[in-house]
Design a protein around this ligand. Structure first.
Ligand SMILES: [Zn+2]
Ligand SMILES: [Zn+2]
Ligand SMILES: [Zn+2]
Ligand SMILES: [Zn+2]
Length: 417
């Protein structure tokens, strides 16, 4: 939906009450601020017709004579200069001036970005940046068979322009932010405004789109006045506003069917086949919410009612019709739960008994362990007492022996003496 966003952005373009257009434009840019797609389509068509007079379209293959005798070297074409086509009456453009609406929209946004980039990073004055872009109208088209053709050539040239940096421009920080800011500043001024850029974009498309993929360019001079009128209302590139209420999309007539097939505002029948019709953009919420045909489950599904193919709108009548069946399902579940409950109770009783037995067993095992330990401690204590007694005894014996030796020694000394 890029086109829609673009057009919404275009529609939201601020109205500039004071006309600062140096070209003395009729102030029709102000009409871009309307959100009525029909008005906008008219305004675009008007732009296209007026540009027919201003534009020099001499490179168009289908128009060897050229629309007003201009040639590739004429670099002064543009709304500000009246293009040198003064002799052409405004009511009879030589070529059909309709071009693909989205292409023009994208290109005019690109032009603004290119000019803002040149001002910020190329150090140019805005008027010089505009002149530079206008210069592309007179650049020679390569006749080489290889390489990019058509609008790809134009985009490549714009890219080349954007890549040019002044010495200072190479060191601009936050360049993307500054370019965006400069673009916002420029787009409310004079020929940089939406309408002016659209006219320039049309001229560029006319020049570069040599295969007429994105614009009409058919020779209006070959047509009689009736045919001419008919062409203006049947040209596949003429701007058309979406007819569905609330939609502001604007596109070339050749995309009408494609847009209709995806327009979020088109009222369509419910995708699931209920009786409602509603805007496509509300469909997702409808089929996921209140739609009577939304697949539904019986509230008794958990009890076993599968009710295949049940939809939301039939749940009430199903509950009514299947009341007895639901009651039986509920009874069966109740009985089953009763059974399960008593089984659980039984199991619990058994478990409790088993737990008590286990507790008793472990208590007696503990008691015997304690007794065993106590016995061991007693044995150890007894051993200790015996050892103490033995130690005492040997100490006493040692004392006796020492005394006996002393007595004997004294006796021997006496005998010698
Ligand atoms: Zn046409
Ligand atoms: Zn629409
Ligand atoms: Zn529905
Ligand atoms: Zn049911």
């Amino acid at each position: 939906m890029r086109a829609n966003q673009q057009q919404a952005a275009a529609a939201a373009e601020p109205t500039v009450s004071t006309n600062t257009d140096p070209a003395g434009g009729s102030g029709r840019d102000d009409s871009d601020s309307t959100v009525d797609p029909a008005d906008k389509a008219d305004s675009l068509a008007e732009n296209a017709r007026e540009t027919a007079v201003e534009a020099t379209v001499s490179t168009n293959a289908s128009d060897p004579a050229g629309s007003c005798g201009g040639d590739d070297s004429d670099s002064t074409v543009g709304p500000a200069d009246e293009g040198g086509c003064d002799s052409e009456p405004a009511s009879a453009p030589a070529l059909c001036e309709f071009a693909d609406v989205e292409t023009l929209e994208l290109l005019s946004a690109r032009l603004l970005n290119t000019m803002a980039t040149r001002v910020v990073q190329g150090g140019l004055q805005p008027s010089d940046a505009m002149a530079e872009v206008r210069g592309l109208l007179s650049e020679k088209l390569s006749s080489a068979k290889k390489g990019p053709r058509g609008l790809a050539v134009l985009h490549a040239r714009l890219e080349k322009l954007e890549a040019r940096r002044s010495f200072g421009g190479r060191f601009v920080s936050n360049a993307a932010d500054k370019v965006a800011g400069k673009a916002r500043e420029l787009e409310v001024r004079g020929e940089y405004r939406h309408g002016g850029r659209q006219r320039l974009a049309l001229q560029l498309v006319q020049r570069y789109d040599t295969t007429r993929e994105w614009h009409c360019g058919c020779d209006m001079e070959q047509l009689g006045s009736t045919e001419r009128e008919r062409h203006l209302t049947s040209c596949v590139f003429r701007p058309v506003g979406c007819s569905h209420a609330g939609c502001t999309a604007l596109f070339s007539a050749r995309y009408e069917a494609a847009h209709d097939g995806s327009c979020e505002f088109k009222v369509v029948r419910c995708a699931l086949g209920c009786k409602e019709s509603l805007p496509r953009r509300d469909m997702e919420a409808h089929v996921a919410g209140p739609c009577a045909m939304r697949p539904a489950e019986c509230p008794f599904r958990a009890l076993g009612c599968l009710a295949p193919g049940l939809v939301q709108g039939e749940v009430a009548s199903h509950l009514e019709e299947a009341r007895d069946a639901h009651l039986q399902l509920a009874m069966a579940r109740l009985l089953q739960q009763d059974q399960e409950l008593s089984e659980l109770r039984q199991a619990m009783t058994e478990m409790r008994a088993a737990a008590e037995t286990t507790a008793a067993t472990s208590a007696s095992a503990a008691a015997s362990t304690i007794a065993g330990l106590q016995k061991k401690i007693a044995a150890l204590e007894a051993g200790q007492a015996a050892a103490q007694a033995a130690a005492k005894k040997s100490a006493a014996q040692a004392k006796d022996t020492t005394a006996a030796l002393a007595t004997r020694l004294a006796k021997l000394e006496r005998e010698r003496g």
